[in-house]
Design a protein around this ligand. Sequence first.
Ligand code: KG4
Ligand code: ZN
Length: 339
Amino acid sequence: MGTVILGIESSCDDTSAAVVRDRMLLSNVTAGQEVHRQYGGVVPELASRAHQQNIVPVVDQALKHAGILRSEIDAVAFTRGPGLLGSLLVGTSFTKGFTAGLGIPMIEVNHLQAHILVHFILSEQFENHSPNFPFLCLLVSGGHTQLVVVKDHHRMEIIGKSLDDAAGEAFDKCAKLLGLPYPGGPHVDRLALEGDPEKYTFNKPRLDGFDYSFSGLKTSFLYFLRDRIKEESDFIEMNRADLAASLQRTIVEILMNKLRIAAKKTDIQQIALAGGVSANSGLRAAIREEAVKNGWEVYIPPIGYSTDNAAMIAITGYFRYLKGEFASEDIAPLARMHF
Ligand code: KG4
Ligand code: ZN
C-alpha cells in the first residue's frame, strides 16, 4: 500500500500540511497569514500565534483531502529549521504530540533541502518529470540564495551563496521603496510585465567565484530613487512599472550570471530552480532561454510549490523514512540549520 507521510511546514508565515504516499502527492493545504501585511514584514510573535490557530484545521483538511485516516500514517515529517524559532516550535510541538498519540516516528526536515527535493514529487502538476543526479539547483528564497550541487536525495553541496541579502530580500526591500506591499516580490513581477526592463541601470556586484551579493543593488536603488525624487517628487508614481522591470532584470541577470558560470565549471546540464523567487516570471523565462542556448535540461517547480509548502516537507520526509532517519522525542527546532 506504500508509505504514507504527513508533512508539516511552519518555518515562517505559512502553516501548511501535506500527505504523500511514497512519492505521490495526495494533498497540500496552506494557510497564509494576512496579519503581517499592515506591518510591512513578518512579525514573529504574530506568526507563531497564527500557526497555533491554523495548524489543527490545516492538518485535518490535508488528511481529509488525501482521503487518509490517522491510523494509515506511517510517520510525520516536520520542518526543524531554518526559520523563525517561535513558528518552528509550533510545528515541532504539534508533531511531537501527534506522533506520540499515534505511536509513530517523526522525521526532521531541513527547509532548504526540502525546497530542492520538491522536484521529486509525483503529481500531474509536476508532469512527473524529475532531475537526474547530480543536478545544479539555484535556491532562491526570502532568506537564502544558494547554488547547490545535489548529489542524491541526502547529499548536497553548497558551492555558492549570498554574502549578504537573499534575492527575495532584494525584491522585497526594493519593492518597499517603490511603495509596494509586503512581500513585494510578486508585485514587482506583476508590474514588470508592463514596464521597460532596459530603462534604468543599477549596480551589479563584481564578485569572484559563485557567491552572490545583493546589498549593493538595494543601496544603488535607494540612492537612485532619492536623487530622482529630488528633481521630480512623483518620480516613483510616474515610473513604477519601468522601475520594477529594470530592477527585476538586474536581479535576474545577477542570478543567471553565476548560474551560467557554475554550470560550465561543474559541467552539469541538469539545472533546477527552487524557493519562492523561482516563481518569478523573468527568472523562469531567463532560465528557459539559457537552456536552449546551452542544452540544459531545466526543472522549475509549479508556482504553488516554489513558495513555502508542506508537500516539499513530506517528500523529503519520505526519503529520510526510507533510510530510517527518525528524530528523537526531545528534538528542538533550530533557527539556523545547515546541510
Ligand atoms: O521560499 P519562500 O516562500 O520563503 C522562504 O523560505 O523565504 O520565499 C519567499 C520569497 C519572498 O521574498 C517573496 O517576495 C519571493 O519569495 N517571491 C517572489 C515571487 N514570488 C515570491 N519574488 C519575485 N517574483 C515572484 N513572483
Ligand atoms: Zn522557504
